[in-house]
Each structure stands twice: as structure tokens, then as C-alpha cells.
Design a protein around this ligand. Structure first.
Ligand SMILES: [Zn+2]
Length: 67
């Protein structure tokens, strides 16, 4: 993970994404490729096998978003 990036706020539906663990609102963004097997198991039908992962800049809790 590239930790030199600046954490930033994330728009999520009607508001900003807030960490469920520490209420922080700054995250590092990582784009993760979903393995085809996992996508099938999870019954995901996606044109691109990617998920966004937002990692809390304070507690490192990971928040997964499928767009
Ligand atoms: Zn947090």
C-alpha cells in the first residue's frame, strides 16, 4: 500500500463516508481487483472486477464499496 498518499474525504451516497470504528472522515483509497471465483461465489455480475477499498487514515479500518 502506498502510504505517501494524502488521506481525503469520500463522498458516499448523500453524505461523506465516516469510519464505522472511529468516526474519522479521511481515507486512503485503494482499488482492488476482485478474483473471478470470489465474484461468482458472491453472485456479483460486474463489467469490471474491481472494488474500491477506503482505508481509514486513523484506525486503518477497511471500508469496501462496490460501485
Ligand atoms: Zn477509523
Amino acid at each position: 500500500m502506498n502510504t505517501t498518499k494524502r488521506p481525503r474525504s469520500v463522498d458516499f451516497r448523500n453524505g461523506a463516508l465516516i469510519c464505522t470504528m472511529c468516526k474519522n472522515d479521511r481515507f486512503y483509497k485503494e482499488q482492488i481487483k476482485i478474483d473471478n471465483m470470489i465474484a461468482q461465489v458472491m453472485n456479483l455480475h460486474r463489467p469490471r472486477p474491481y472494488a474500491n477499498c477506503y482505508i481509514c487514515s486513523k484506525c486503518k479500518h477497511e471500508h469496501w464499496m462496490l460501485d
